[in-house]
Write a protein that binds this ligand. Structure first.
Ligand SMILES: Nc1ncnc2c1ncn2[C@@H]1O[C@H](COP(=O)(O)OP(=O)(O)OP(=O)(O)O)[C@@H](O)[C@H]1O
Ligand SMILES: NCC(=O)N[C@@H]1O[C@H](COP(=O)([O-])[O-])[C@@H](O)[C@H]1O
Ligand SMILES: [Mg+2]
Length: 389
C-alpha cells in the first residue's frame, strides 16, 4: 500500500448492486473517481458513479478491456461471480485488488474457503462433505446425516440451497443445486444442519497498517438462504463475541489485504461455529446505515485507502428489514413510502434496480428502537408498507 495517499483515487467497482451503491456514495464524499461495472445497465451503483461499464465479469477479455481503458488504482469486487484468476493478473501488474485477488478466489468457492478455515486453520465448522453426482450425494448425505443442507459450491444469496430432511429429498436437492449453480460447476457441498440459537455477522475491518477491528455483532434471520432482517447489537455473551473475533481474525489474516469482511457464524448454546465470509460489505450489515457513526461502506473505504478509523460508535438498538419484489416487472414504481416513514427513527433505501422478479431485494427499511424488539418491529412494519406496483 502506497505511503502517502493522494485523493482522488480511481476505484473500479466490479458489481454495482445495492451494496456498491452505498460504497460509491461513501467514496464520492471524499471526491474519488468511480467506475461502476456490472452485467446490466443502470445498476444501482452506476446511478451514483462517475461512469459505468456493462460487461460479463466472468469474461477475462471483458475485464481486460475495461481495466486497460480506465487504468484504476483499485479494483473492488462487489459480487462473487467474477473471473478471479484474471484479478490475480491485475494484481501482478500493480493494481490493488481488494482485499486481495487470492481472497476473492477463496471466497467465491465454498470448498476452498471451507478447506482453508477447517483443514488449514483448524476452525470449527459444520460437518461437511462434497458430491459431484447424485449417487455420491446420496452416500455423502447418509454419512453427514439428516437433516442437512445442500448448496452448490458456487452460488450466493441462498441460490440453489435446500434443507434435506431425509433420503427421499436428496434427488430434488441435487437438481435444484445444479440448476442454480453459478457457471458450469457440478459440485455441491453437504453440511450438517446446525440448530443454532442465533446467527450473526461479525463485520471485521482489516487495515493495511493498523490492527484488525470489529463492529458489534449483527444478528440476522434468513429465509430460503436469503436475509430478511438484521439487527445490532446481537444479544450474545462477551465470551462468544471474543471467540468469534478470534476466529474472524485468524481467517481474515490468512486471506490478507485490507477492507471489511462480513464473517458469518452460527451460535449454539455452547459453540461458535464459523459458516462463511464475504470479503466485502455484507447485506445484513446494511443495518449499519442507521446503527453506527461509520457505516460498513465508510469503513470499507477507509480501510481500502488506509485512512484512520479512530472509533466505531454503535448508536443503540437498530434493525433492517428487506423490501422484496413479489412479481416480475420492468417499470418499477413504489407506493407506501409516506406510510413507512410516519414513525420516528425510521428510514428507507430504495435501490433503483431497473427490473424486478419475485424475491429480488429492491430496498431496505431501517429503524432504531428502545430495545431489539422495538427496532425489529419498526423496521419490519416500515418494509411491509412499501408496495411494488
Ligand atoms: N449448515 C447449516 N445449518 C443451518 N443453517 C444453515 C446452514 N447453512 C446455511 N444455513 C442457513 O442458510 C443461510 C444461507 O447460507 P449461506 O450463508 O451458506 O449461503 P449464501 O448463499 O452464501 O448466502 P449469502 O451469499 O447471502 O451469504 C444461512 O445464513 C443460514 O440461515
Ligand atoms: N448476499 C450478497 C448480496 O446481497 N449482494 C448484493 O446484491 C446485489 C445483487 O442483487 P441482484 O441479484 O438483485 O442483482 C449485489 O450487487 C450486491 O450489492
Ligand atoms: Mg451467507
Amino acid at each position: 500500500m502506497k505511503k502517502s495517499l493522494k485523493l482522488p483515487q480511481k476505484l473500479m467497482l466490479l458489481g454495482s448492486g445495492e451494496l456498491g451503491k452505498e460504497f460509491v456514495i461513501a467514496a464520492q464524499r471524499l471526491g474519488n473517481y468511480i467506475i461502476a461495472v456490472d452485467r446490466y445497465a443502470n445498476a444501482p451503483a452506476m446511478q451514483v458513479a462517475d461512469c459505468s461499464e456493462v460487461i460479463s465479469m466472468l469474461s477475462a477479455n471483458d475485464l481486460e478491456a475495461v481495466v486497460s481503458k480506465h487504468q484504476p488504482d483499485f479494483i473492488i469486487p462487489e459480487i462473487e461471480a467474477i473471473r478471479t484468476e484474471k484479478l490475480q493478473e491485475f494484481e501482478e501488474r500493480g493494481i490493488t485488488v481488494i482485499p486481495t485477488a487470492a481472497a476473492t478466489n477463496y471466497t467465491m468457492n465454498r470448498d476452498r474457503i471451507r478447506e482453508l478455515a477447517h483443514q488449514e486453520l483448524g476452525v470449527r465448522t459444520a460437518k461437511y462433505g462434497y458430491a459431484v453426482s447424485l449417487e455420491e450425494l446420496i452416500s455423502v448425505s447418509e454419512k453427514i446425516g439428516f437433516p442437512n443442507v445442500v448448496k452448490p459450491v458456487m452460488s450466493s444469496s441462498g441460490k440453489g440451497q435446500s434443507v434435506v430432511n431425509d433420503k427421499t429429498e436428496v434427488e430434488k436437492a441435487w437438481n435444484y443445486a445444479i440448476d442454480n449453480s453459478r457457471g458450469d460447476s457440478q459440485k455441491v457441498i453437504v453440511e450438517e444442519f446446525i440448530n443454532f440459537e442465533i446467527e450473526i455477522t461479525l463485520l471485521t475491518i482489516k487495515q493495511w497498517n493498523a490492527e484488525t477491528i470489529f463492529c458489534p455483532p449483527i444478528g440476522h434471520r434468513q429465509e430460503r438462504g436469503d436475509y430478511q432482517e438484521s439487527w445490532q447489537p446481537a444479544n450474545i455473551s462477551d465470551d462468544k463475541i471474543l471467540a468469534s473475533q478470534a476466529i474472524a481474525k485468524k481467517v481474515t489474516d490468512a486471506l490478507g489485504g485490507a477492507g471489511i469482511f462480513g464473517v458469518e457464524f452460527f451460535i449454539t448454546k455452547d459453540e461458535v461455529i464459523f459458516s462463511e465470509l464475504s470479503p466485502r460489505p455484507h447485506d445484513t450489515g446494511m443495518v449499519t446505515l442507521i446503527s453506527q457513526n461509520l457505516n460498513e461502506f465508510e469503513l470499507h473505504l477507509r480501510a481500502i485507502l488506509g485512512l484512520p478509523i479512530p472509533n466505531i460508535q454503535q448508536l443503540g438498538y437498530a434493525a433492517s428489514a428487506v423490501i422484496l419484489a413479489d412479481k416480475k416487472s420492468d417499470a418499477i414504481t413504489f407506493t407506501g413510502v409516506a406510510q413507512a416513514l410516519t414513525e420516528t427513527d425510521v428510514d428507507i433505501r430504495l435501490f433503483g434496480k431497473p427490473t424486478a422478479h419475485p424475491y429480488r431485494r429492491m430496498g431496505v427499511a431501517l429503524a432504531k428502537g428502545k430495545d431489539e424488539n422495538s427496532a425489529r418491529e419498526k423496521a419490519s412494519k416500515a418494509a411491509s408498507k412499501i408496495k411494488l406496483n
